[in-house]
Design a binder for this molecule. Structure first.
Ligand code: CA
Length: 228
């Protein structure tokens, strides 16, 4: 099991690394956020122990980038920040566990072992089609790295289309999945919402991802031309 410890307090880092090596883990150490990101994005670690307040890139930013790049290493946040808001923000950014300083080494070890016993975190929580990204955990959508604000229905529609990338979806299928079964309005509500989505997702981009399939419905795809 290969671990990465990102911690700028050198004394803490050396004590934790030594202790984990004594437990037979292979441990790499980074002392700032940028070096940590370089290592975390270059190697498939099983687990990363991450401090939040770091010189260079912050721990939270590193975590967010890690999840966007689909690295599935378990992440245990180890920090002096004990506010609920910090915990919530970091779990939302993709943390698997959170331990506040000061901590007992024995507790860190059982948490590390417990995380390593779990199957890898759901790797599909970020959906990507071309440069469009949708994070099911934070419900954030980005195109070319830029945040797109969506209403909850627009989000649900986009998520459904991205989860079925390349498939033609009829208005009826979309109604059934995005609106609830009691919906009795007109199916042209779909056309209205797709138009809104297009304005937010495709407008201003050379490559259009949302396509109308005549007589059939809609298809979200990065391929050019008619869908199969
Ligand atoms: Ca620190």
């Amino acid at each position: 099991m290969r671990l990465l410890l990102i911690e700028d307090e050198k004394k803490v880092a050396s004590v934790v690394a030594r202790g984990l090596r004594a437990e037979s883990f292979s441990v790499d150490v980074a002392h700032d956020g940028d070096a940590g990101w370089e290592m975390a994005s270059g190697v498939d670690y099983d687990l990363i122990i991450l401090d939040l307040m770091l010189p260079g890139m912050s721990g939270t930013e590193l975590l967010r980038r890690l999840r966007l790049s689909k690295r599935n290493a378990a992440v245990l946040v180890l920090t002096a920040r004990d506010a609920t808001a910090d915990k919530v923000a970091n779990f939302e950014a993709g943390a698997d566990d959170y331990l506040t300083k000061p901590f007992a080494f024995a507790e860190l070890v059982v948490r590390v072992k417990s995380l390593l016993r779990r199957p890898p975190a759901n790797p599909t929580h970020v959906l990507c089609v071309a440069d469009l990204e949708l994070d099911r955990l934070t419900q954030q959508v980005r195109r070319a790295g830029k945040r797109i604000e969506l209403t909850s229905k627009e989000y649900a529609l986009l998520e459904y289309m991205m989860a079925h990338v390349g498939r033609v979806l009829s208005r009826t299928m979309i109604i059934e999945h995005v609106w609830d079964e009691s919906f009795e309005g007109l199916t042209n509500i779909v056309d209205v919402y797709v138009r809104h989505l297009r304005e937010k997702v495709d407008e201003g981009h050379a490559r259009k991802l949302i396509r109308t399939v005549r007589y059939s419905g809609y298809c979200l795809s990065e391929e050019e031309g008619e869908p199969a």
